[in-house]
Design a protein around this ligand. Structure first.
Ligand SMILES: CCCCCCC[C@@H](O)CC(=O)SCCNC(=O)CCNC(=O)[C@H](O)C(C)(C)COP(=O)(O)OP(=O)(O)OC[C@H]1O[C@@H](n2cnc3c(N)ncnc32)[C@H](O)[C@@H]1OP(=O)(O)O
Length: 717
């Protein structure tokens, strides 16, 4: 790792004559910054002045070959300090508000003078110095400001009422500066150091004091001030070579009135106090607007007379990390065998990606914890009779790749389907800032709970869409493993129906069945690979109906039809030819496929490798058109087994004159492994390959005749 430098940068450090300030000044100077060493030279309680402290540090810096100048002004005259920087070096890039004194007294003994001097030095001093530097930084489009707070400010400390207030004050100052400077690349963060300095000498045990070296905190401050650091508005605590972030968390709280017309009463506050103060599912609120969004949302609930989801509603919160995304991807068959799928499995991949159907899981988590079992009067619904009937997911805003989603399940209708009841549940999911991220709709099919006299047709249920009446444009297969459900269930659906043979037998199945959402995840993965290059940003929505059970170990074939940005699909169990998912589609924002991304290496190929172009979509355009586009499925087979398959989008400019006829699918092209690799990575385009005689066409001789001229005329890929 190369050293982080501050060459060309000017750093102003207040209170730099000793302790932390001195450590900061020495470090910045040693890394190339020009430093203004400010120190009033007074005592720890605010008395006296002198030049010795600042001069001493300036000399230290100069002797080490660095550049520094002293300033002896009080921070309450901060503009003079900044002027020193501007006069000597012409700019100011970094300001560390570090200067401070103490006047500790119990509150009962605190005088107004004790109060004022502390506010003046810490809070007003930080204000005055920053006020002078801020416009300069904004103008130059770069600045890093540090406020120094204290554990006493964040948590309180006996005998430090004046100091605590000032130290919390600078946090508030930093919060707003972070917002006001952000657009101009001027960031403001807070350091909460615990160091052995002249302020803490005598207050801390000697052995602890010795470990709390300022030099162990200085790198944290320096990093926060480096141009590579994008942190803004953050509180960092640091001591003894440790650093951590502090944040304000708020409980979910709860409404203390039922309807918008109800008053709030002292009694309703008392009754709800445990919930108001329940921090079990508290979330950090990072902005005022996030806090307001959450409030507005609660008002909406009040207006509609609905109960808001609270931290106590089990399953309302879904917290996940990259590990969960990877576990899900493995559960739905992603494999490093396909180099394109590495980005689904490796959190440090530069294009680490999510299979979007993962975002169904938060809703399932909420729904399965939701009391639905008594939804239909007179009917007992048990877990073994409950099947996943349909699922819809629509993304409204970019979902997070880690964090917590708040999910709000609500049964919107219950349909009487005769053989069963279809319970339709809508689940809105909100991010930690309170923004609506997505909507799921989950239809559970309760077998045997029908004939209760309810409506058969729904008004709120998102409809399935029949598949197009033509052969699929593309079919991709995936053989599930015998352990598919055992792996998938680790993503959260631990229904014994999928693992416990005794339980599945009670439900009437010979063996445990696969999760509907696993089948759906496999299908979405293959659709995303074929039509979106796994780019989750291109995903908008998915709808599917689970029509037949799947047994782990069976092979799934996903038939796909492209209709604009909608990919219809049907998932068929190859062994028995029945559709396990029907009426399904994925809506994309755009289509993205490409040959170059499907790079393979020679080691994955054998010399007798065969690859097939299967494509219904290649159509020679009517009227002697000059171009042909097509999505090809490429399969590499060895001894009849598919060792690799993927799609590629070939755009072949054509001089072919025999327009109006379709190119037939299922034709085999044979090519040697070396040539293939070259073709796949784009070194050799099909035209060159063909002309060199390396790309041979076998099988359908008509296709050979047709493809020949096409390939000859192919542009460089
Ligand atoms: C919400 C949280 C989820 C609940 C917890 C789930 C947790 C998970 O762990 C559970 C699972 O993952 S289970 C595995 C995935 N699901 C399946 O395998 C279900 C497969 N489907 C079936 O077996 C049948 O379609 C079956 C049994 C569903 C229906 O078959 P039949 O009884 O033969 O019904 P049929 O005669 O075909 O149709 C009657 C009416 O019902 C409608 N319908 C059919 N399938 C439906 C389905 N999957 N979802 C919703 N409605 C469905 C039909 O349209 C028909 O109604 P109408 O006449 O009005 O059109």
């Amino acid at each position: 790792m190369s050293n982080l430098r501050f060459n060309g940068k000017v750093a102003v450090i207040t209170g730099a004559g000793a302790g932390l300030g001195r450590a900061y000044a020495l470090l910045f100077a040693s890394r190339g910054a020009k430093v203004v060493v400010n120190d009033l030279g007074g005592d720890p309680h605010g008395g006296g002045t002198g030049q010795k402290a600042a001069d001493g540090v300036v000399n230290e810096i100069k002797q080490a070959g660095g550049t520094a100048v002293a300033n002896y002004d009080s921070v309450t005259e901060g503009s003079k300090i900044i002027k020193t920087a501007l006069d000597n070096y012409g700019r100011v890039d970094i300001l560390v508000n570090n200067a401070g004194i103490l006047r500790d007294k119990s509150f009962a003994n605190l005088t107004e003078d004790d109060w004022d001097i502390i506010q003046n030095v810490h809070l007003k001093g930080s204000f005055k110095t920053t006020q002078a530097a801020f416009p300069v930084m904004k103008k130059q489009g770069y600045g890093r400001i540090i406020m120094t707070s204290s554990g006493s400010g964040l948590y309180g400390n006996f005998g430090q009422a004046n100091y605590s207030a000032a130290k919390t004050g600078v946090v508030g100052l930093a919060n707003t500066l972070a917002i006001e400077g952000a657009a101009k690349n001027v960031y403001c963060n807070v350091i909460v150091p615990t160091a052995g300095s002249r302020l803490t000498q005598g207050l801390l045990p000697e052995d602890l004091y010795q470990e709390l070296k300022p030099e162990l905190i200085a790198p944290v401050v320096a990093y926060l001030c480096h141009e590579s650091c994008q942190e803004n508005g953050t509180i960092i605590e640091s001591a003894a070579g440790w650093a951590g972030k502090s944040q304000i968390y708020r409980s979910k709280g709860c409404l203390i009135r039922q309807r918008i017309t109800d008053p709030a009463t002292i009694e309703s506050v008392q009754a709800n106090w445990p919930e108001i103060t329940n921090m079990k599912n508290a979330v950090p609120l990072v902005s005022l607007s996030a806090s307001r969004v959450a409030l507005v949302e609660k008002l909406e609930y009040l207006r509609k007379g609905e109960q808001t989801p609270t931290s106590s509603s089990e399953g309302a919160l879904f917290t996940f990390s990259s590990k969960d995304l990877i576990l899900y991807a493995l559960g739905v068959g992603a494999s490093v065998q396909n180099p394109e799928e590495l980005k689904l499995l490796y959190e440090n991949h530069q294009n680490f990606s999510v299979i979007p159907s993962f975002y169904i899981l938060p809703s399932m988590h909420a729904v399965t914890s939701f009391r639905r079992l008594n939804t239909i009067p007179g009917k007992t619904i048990s877990l073994e009779n409950m099947l996943h009937g349909e699922q819809y997911l629509e993304i409204y805003n970019s979902p997070p790749e880690a964090g917590t989603l708040l999910n709000n399940p609500k049964i919107v209708e219950t349909l009487d389907k005769g053989s069963g009841a279809a319970i339709v549940t809508d689940i809105n999911s909100y991010n930690e800032q309170g923004a609506l991220i997505m909507r799921n709709q989950c239809v559970s099919f309760a077998i045997g709970a029908g004939n209760f006299g309810g409506p058969r047709t729904g008004k709120k249920i998102v409809p399935c869409v029949p598949k197009p009446d033509r052969k699929p444009d593309l079919s991709l297969s995936y053989k599930t493993t015998i352990d598919q459900a055992a792996l998938y269930r680790l993503s959260g659906d631990t229904n014994p129906l999928h693992i416990d043979p005794n339980f599945s037998a009670i439900a009437g199945y010979e063996t445990p069945i696969l999760h509907g959402l696993c089948t759906l995840g496999i299908s979405v993965r293959l659709v995303m690979g074929a039509f979106a290059s796994y780019d989750q940003k291109l995903f908008r929505a998915v709808k599917a109906r689970f029509t037949k059970v799947v047994i782990p170990g069976q092979t799934l074939r996903i038939d796909m039809w492209r209709n604009g940005n909608r990919i219809h699909f049907e998932t068929v169990v190859v062994e028995n030819g029945t559709a396990a998912i029907a009426g399904a589609y994925v809506d994309l924002n755009a289509i993205k496929t490409g040959i170059i991304q499907n790079k393979v290496t020679a080691s994955t190929l054998k010399s007798d490798a065969v690859f097939e172009y299967i494509n219904d979509q290649i159509k020679v355009q009517p009227d002697q058109a000059k171009s042909v586009n097509g999505i090809f499925l490429v399969k590499i087979t060895k001894d009849g087994e598919i060792v690799k398959e993927w799609t590629m989008d070939l755009k072949l400019a054509s001089i072919y004159e025999g327009a109006g006829q379709d190119v037939k699918p299922n034709t085999t092209l044979v090519v040697s492994d070396d040539d293939f690799v070259e073709l796949a990575v784009g070194k050799l385009n099909p035209q060159q390959a063909f002309l060199k005689g390396k790309l041979k066409v076998t099988g359908n001789i008509m296709l050979a005749q047709k493809l020949g001229p096409l390939l000859k005329a192919a542009p460089k890929l």
